[in-house]
Design a protein around this ligand. Structure first.
Ligand SMILES: Cc1ncc(C[n+]2csc(CCOP(=O)(O)OP(=O)(O)O)c2C)c(N)n1
Length: 959
């Protein structure tokens, strides 16, 4: 035999028989085989130059083997993995070994020591015992030829491999990554972890840095406990490793070229992060504890552990990263989508080509909140979508194993609080927060993973909460055993210092010096905070926001939002131009014909035209737009068609992207079926793109119910609490058209209930021209206020809901529309209404041929245009009643708001006010179409004074 031994998969059975013969009697095989086997033996013994093997057996270590899967071999067989022998091991044994190895990767985390409070260590997992696989001692010491990502000798015993797997997967890091379907991604992680046994080698300098950051974190909390006894600070104690964790993350980020990081976190440890990471001076924080500036915060402001901040981080190698910690409400986790939206806006602004190159979002969660709040999966689900992708978020859970007083056994059905994140193809690292070096390894892996794959990654840092939920709370009422354990722990800094002293690289004197310097600084900051010379930073909008205003509407002038007819016509024509080879849906062809007639001025403009002209004119003026929402590309009611789909091959055409070469970006995306997540994202986006018209459209207005937290806690009150401005637009289809309790009302009353201090605008436009002017006004005024628009459904195609070019050419949004047809001298009553019902009223007036009715529309409900309303009503006699007409039940809609203003502010003078509406009702609308019609009839009759006015309020009550 002169050829080298054939070790291809097709010949492995023969090779195995040769090896068995060799083991029984080395001389029973021929020279070449003998030499090969001797080489293996020598390697196993750690001596002699390696002679073989030249084949790499297929195993879990090398699933592809030497021969790629599916290759047809010279003998005609296909090379896919018979359970193969390796180095003379039988196929069944090899299979058992492969199973064990796979299970280590999959289940090793169950044996890992990531939980500092689990003193006994984890209970053994049967599938990770050698008994489960029936290995004998002899087999454990039997050599394998392994070409694996596990470095080291090629010939390994099962025992040797097990040791390596155990140290990699069952140390202080428990990793879940086998749920990732993509093999190269898993291999990438596997290699990084197994090569290093999942341990990091830190230099002395790096260790001292960790000690310093732990000292910063620890002393900060101790200082607050000492100086502000009993004050709520939601201390980080027990989880101090968060500070070195973030420190290391930002250092890695700098090396990856990151320039921006947007951070979201709850109250726990926030002050510590502000002081030790964001660079907010402790002086400012202490001043907030002192609470000596009440006049600055009358009726506004927020508690200190909800405040945001931004600062610059300079890495050791001199790179600069801008950090922004978002303001957030108490409502846990709702800040998540807001943070992502901000990051996306920064990325879009920067024009970076690859998402995540500019920077990423970092979200710090609590264990109970991460497992419990639905906004978490809503936000995770956005992470891979075109409209919301930001290139991967770093999630850090401060897993202190308790939520207020509730333990994990009552808080979740899952093993880990992070299990929901397995929905993403992302690794989850559970790590012992008492081991800063294990945390350092995890940070390195997580940062590298995000950088490589631009996907989310989760660090679940197990720790504990040294005190109660807040400083005044007694945790031992409910968790006596847990706190017995916690009370016996030395503290993270102490324990780490102990380790470093043991290693000999640091002396106690070094450590004391670090601590003394920090304490001195904190003392100085405190006396500065207590000094009378302290000056708070001004809240005036700066940077990106310079030139924009919040505050009252009367601080800002109205703008002329008209556009000349030629431009409008050309913008409509432009939107009708299609690429030559584009195949339209047949129904769409009819629509296009109609739109052409509109463009030529042969047909009046409908809602769709008004809206698309607002978009198109802003885009060509240089104002970018962004609109997302469920099915908003087409529009729930098929009016928008912002994206056309070729009926032959499905490819898309965006008319609003083809207006002019210089136009601004037009981003119109269908959203995930989420309201809170998506609205939170868009709100966040609006915070970092003040010049862009940012809009969210609810599918039906009532779906806004599901986003209520975002509205109440951010949109309605952010300016009041945090001086944050936003120009976000919410388009909420609203109108009583017999569609049942749910699809009728966008809950106008709720917006009006929380309307105060001109915190947002609530408008209900009733013509295409009004919609056109409203959207343009929102973008063109420098007043940045959220805008709530009650948009129509049936009016999208109502024959009377039309405008002419002349209506779009001049003027601006009309807050009140007077009645040009009414003769004040003849009028016997004034009907004041808002929204869709106006068209019912004019139809009925025409039908009844009544000329004694004035119908006035209130198009801006908030800020209430009192003066304009008074002027609109002034020509009419004081002795005729003013009737507020609304579709909504009496306890809903605008009536409760309007009545209160009318009574309190008396802006319409001494006049009788009546109401025509549906009766008080718990639900917004009837489910019966017929009942709806009947109700509508009664309502209109009542408005027209055709029924006994039992429902009118006594005059005295309303005057
Ligand atoms: C949406 C929401 N529900 C309830 C609360 C009240 N609350 C504040 S902290 C907390 C426990 C949070 O536990 P966890 O997420 O584990 O964070 P930890 O405070 O333990 O760090 C609760 C119930 C809240 N702030 N927000």
């Amino acid at each position: 035999m002169s050829e080298p031994p054939d070790l291809s998969p097709g010949n492995l059975a023969y090779a195995e028989s040769q090896y068995e013969r060799y083991l029984a009697d080395p001389n029973s095989v021929d020279d070449l085989w003998r030499k090969l086997f001797e080489g293996w033996k020598a390697e196993l013994n750690g001596s002699a130059e390696r002679v073989g093997p030249t084949f790499t057996p297929r195993s879990i270590f090398d699933p592809a083997g030497t021969v790629p899967q599916g290759t047809v071999l010279s003998n005609g067989q296909t090379a896919y993995p018979p359970p193969v022998l390796a180095g003379g091991v039988d196929a069944a044994l090899q299979h058992r070994v492969d199973m064990l190895i796979r299970n280590y990767r999959m289940l090793g985390h169950t044996q890992a020591h990531y939980n500092p409070l689990e003193l006994q260590g984890p209970a053994p997992h049967p599938e990770l015992t050698t008994d489960f696989y029936g290995f004998t001692d002899a087999e454990l010491d039997q050599p394998f030829a392994i070409n694996s990502t596990v470095p080291g000798k090629r010939m390994r015993t099962i025992r040797g491999v097990l040791n390596q797997l155990h140290s990699t997967y069952c140390g202080q890091i428990g990793v879940q990554f086998m749920h990732i379907d993509d093999l190269p991604t898993r291999r990438w992680l596997q290699q990084l972890m197994e090569e290093s046994h999942n341990e990091i080698q830190l230099s002395r300098k790096e260790q001292i840095r960790i000690l310093t950051r732990l000292t910063d974190a620890t002393l900060f909390e101790e200082f607050i406990q000492r100086k502000f006894i009993g004050a709520k600070s939601f201390s980080l104690e027990g989880g101090e490793t968060l500070i070195p964790l973030l420190d290391m993350a930002f250092e890695h980020a700098g090396e990856h070229g990151t320039r921006e990081i947007v951070i979201g976190m709850a109250h726990r440890g926030r002050l510590n992060v502000l002081a030790n990471i964001l660079g907010k001076s402790p002086q400012k924080i202490f001043r907030e504890f002192e609470d000596v500036d009440p006049e600055l915060y009358m009726g506004g402001g927020d508690v200190k552990y909800h405040l945001g901040y931004s600062g610059d981080w300079r890495t050791r190698s001199g790179k600069n990263i801008h950090l922004s910690l978002c303001f957030n409400p108490s409502h846990l986790e709702f800040v998540n989508p807001v943070v992502l939206g901000r990051m996306r806006a920064k990325q879009d602004r920067s024009g970076a080509t690859t998402r995540g190159d500019l920077g990423f979002a970092l979200l710090i969660h609590g264990d109970a909140a991460f497992a419990g709040e639905g906004i978490v999966p809503e936000t995770l689900n956005l992470s891979g979508l075109d409209a919301y992708h930001t290139g991967g978020t770093i999630h850090v859970v401060i897993n202190n194993q308790i939520g207020f007083t509730t333990g994990s056994e009552d808080a979740r059905s899952t093993e880990y609080c992070t299990d929901i994140a397995k929905m993403l193809q992302s690794p989850i690292f559970h790590v012992n927060g008492e081991s800063p070096e294990a945390v350092a390894q995890v940070v390195k892996l997580a940062m590298a993973f995000r950088q490589q794959f631009k996907r989310d990654v989760v660090i679940d840092m197990y720790c504990y909460r040294k005190r109660g939920h807040n400083e005044g709370d007694e945790p031992r009422y409910t968790q006596p055993k847990m706190y017995e354990n916690i009370d016996s722990r030395p503290g993270v800094r102490e324990a780490y210092l102990e380790r470093l002293l043991g290693l000999g690289g640091v002396t106690q004197a070094d450590a004391d010096r670090i601590a003394e310097r920090r304490t001195e600084l904190l003392e100085k900051e405190l006396s500065a905070a207590q000094s009378a010379a302290y000056k708070p930073r001004s809240d005036d909008p700066r940077g990106l926001w310079a030139g924009y205003h919040g505050g009252k509407e009367n601080v800002i002038d109205d703008v002329d939002t008209g556009v000349d007819r030629d431009t409008l016509q050309s913008l409509l024509h432009k939107q009708l131009e299609l690429p030559d080879d584009f195949h339209l849906h047949p129904k769409h062809k009819r629509l296009m014909r109609m739109k052409k007639e509109q463009a030529k001025g042969e047909r009046p403009l409908d809602w769709s035209a008004g809206e698309s002209l607002a978009f198109a004119s802003l885009l060509t003026q240089g104002t970018p737009i962004r609109l997302t929402g469920q099915d908003c590309q087409r529009g729930t009611f098929s009016h928008r068609h912002a994206v056309l789909h070729d009926v032959e091959d499905g490819h898309e055409h965006f008319p609003l992207k083809h207006l002019s070469p210089e136009q601004a970006n037009s981003d119109i995306y269908n959203s995930a079926l989420s309201e809170a997540g998506v609205l939170g994202f868009e709100y966040g986006y609006s915070l970092d793109q003040p010049n862009k018209l940012c809009m969210w459209e609810a599918q039906f207005g009532d779906f806004v119910n599901c986003a209520q937290v975002i509205i109440d806690q951010f949109i309605a009150s952010a300016e009041d609490k945090w001086k944050r401005l936003s120009g976000l637009v919410m388009l909420l289809p609203h109108g009583f058209e017999g569609q049942g309790p749910e699809h009728s009302s966008a809950r106008l009353e709720r917006f009006l209930t929380s309307a105060a201090e001109d915190n947002y605008q609530v408008c209900q436009p009733t013509t295409p021209a009004q919609m056109f002017h409203l959207l343009r006004r929102q973008a063109m005024r420098k007043w940045r206020k959220p805008l709530v628009v009650m948009t129509p459904k049936s009016l999208l195609r109502h024959p009377r809901c039309i405008s002419g070019f002349e209506d779009l050419e001049q003027g601006t949004y009309q807050r009140v529309i007077t009645d040009p047809e009414a003769d004040p001298k003849k009028a016997s009553r004034i009907l004041l209404c808002t929204g869709r019902v106006y068209y019912d009223l004019i139809d009925r007036r025409d039908k009844m041929e009544r000329d004694d009715l004035a119908i006035i529309r209130l198009e801006q409900l908030y800020p209430l245009p009192r003066r304009m309303l008074a002027e609109a009503i002034a020509p009419y006699s004081k002795d005729i009643p003013l009737v507020w007409v609304q579709d909504e039940p009496r306890n809903q809609g605008a009536w409760p708001f309007f009545l209160q203003r009318f009574l309190q502010e008396k802006f319409l003078g001494d006049r009788e006010l009546r109401i025509a509406s549906r009766k008080h009702s718990a639900s917004p609308a009837t489910g019966s179409k017929a009942a709806h019609k009947l109700e509508q009839e009664l309502l209109l009759a009542e408005a027209f004074g055709e029924t006994l006015e039992e429902n009118t309020l006594p005059t005295t009550a309303v005057k």
